[in-house]
Design a protein around this ligand. Structure first.
Ligand code: ZN
Length: 354
């Protein structure tokens, strides 16, 4: 794990990837992609590709180095959202609603301590699902208490006597309770803070804990892919690597019955904070990935953060681009919440909250 879980799906993935021989990485990606596509195509055994499912997701938390480089106090206050972040989240919800589209949000519970949560209630009333993203943005893979969150390194009395597993479970349960108390509804699914290419594959304890906390699906996987050189625009090889990883990283069911709905690359964190890309570079990557996903009838789960996007994409071009691509595809694609994707991945289980 890295020193900061929020960067795990970017910096760490890049670093870990460098330890994997290039040929082996692509062989793995190709195998995983074949398995995923086979699983999805077997559902209905269609002659033509199934309808692609595209999700737009916004994680509601503050991000280090935003709105300016060097700003890292957010590491201790992930849920203390500033006004532009909340406004961007709400405006995106309104823009999507106007177009008949959906955005799936994930809420860090600590934001519910703020004076006013009307913006979150409005997002819910517009019909957008809001999931649980833990209370303090804890690292669910952590096995030592101090590794769970920076806040608990600075203020260890908050987790006095607790194990890492207890901290993580309590952080998740407290968010569910806070959403019920302050917002009046239950979370629509769970997304891990950060992401890992390992997902929860070898963590049956976490799969079971999430099921016990009432979740039927999780969004925890972020695949390895090439990043190229920071401050350089993406090369064709980088674009190709991201598209390959995106197509290969599809929903699946864990042995415990929990469904995994992976995050699709490249995240805004990887594009803007890690790589210093321009908005057009990010939009080009999204265009390629979503187009390839639609052509193959697969799933794409776009990951962004309002705390980053209000700086990098103030005119909501990314949201509008995805909407246009799906709209132009007619009945070959639809924009859905992650619960719909999870239900389709495991049709034998009862429908999950959208
Ligand atoms: Zn997060």
């Amino acid at each position: 794990m890295t020193k900061h879980q929020d960067e795990r799906h970017t910096a760490t993935s890049a670093r870990e990837h460098s330890a994997v021989p290039r040929r082996e990485f692509f062989a793995r990606a190709a195998t995983a992609g074949l398995a995923a596509m086979t699983a999805r195509s077997l559902r209905a055994a269609p002659a033509t590709p199934q309808r692609a499912q595209i999700a737009i997701t916004l994680d509601l938390e503050m991000s280090r180095h935003y709105p300016v480089r060097g700003m890292t106090e957010w590491d201790y206050q992930k849920g203390n959202l500033n006004e532009p972040t909340k406004q961007y989240a709400l405006d995106a919800a309104r823009i999507a609603k106007e177009r008949g589209a959906l955005i799936h949000y994930f809420c860090v519970g600590r934001v519910l301590e703020q004076d006013n949560v009307d913006w979150l209630k409005e997002i819910h009333e517009l019909g957008h699902p809001i999931g649980n993203h833990t209370y303090d943005h804890v690292n669910v893979w952590a096995t030592e208490p101090a590794q769970t969150q920076f806040r608990f390194q600075r203020s260890p009395w908050l987790i006095r006597g607790m194990s890492a597993a207890e901290i993580i479970q309590q952080n998740i349960r407290t968010t569910t309770m806070a959403m019920r108390d302050r917002l009046g509804f239950d979370p629509a699914g769970f997304r891990t803070p950060g992401g890992s290419y390992l997902a929860l594959d070898d963590r049956e304890d976490l799969q079971q804990m999430l099921r016990n906390e009432g979740f039927s699906w999780v969004s925890s996987k972020y695949p390895q892919h090439e990043y190229g050189t920071a401050m350089q625009p993406p090369t064709e090889a980088v674009h190709d690597s991201i598209v390959s990883a995106s197509l290969a990283t599809q929903p699946y069911v864990y042995p415990t019955g929990l469904v995994e709905v992976p995050m699709s690359p490249i995240s805004d964190v990887g594009a803007f904070r890690t790589n210093y890309w321009k908005l057009d570079d990010f939009l080009e990557s999204v265009r390629r990935c979503v187009s390839a996903t639609i052509d193959r009838g697969l799933v794409f789960d776009m990951l962004m953060h309002p705390s980053i996007m209000y700086v990098e994409d103030p005119n909501f071009e990314a949201v509008k681009l995805v909407y246009d691509l799906v709209n132009d595809a007619g009945d070959r694609a639809e924009i859905v919440g992650l619960g719909t994707i999870a239900a389709a991945a495991q049709p034998s289980t009862p429908a999950t909250p959208k």
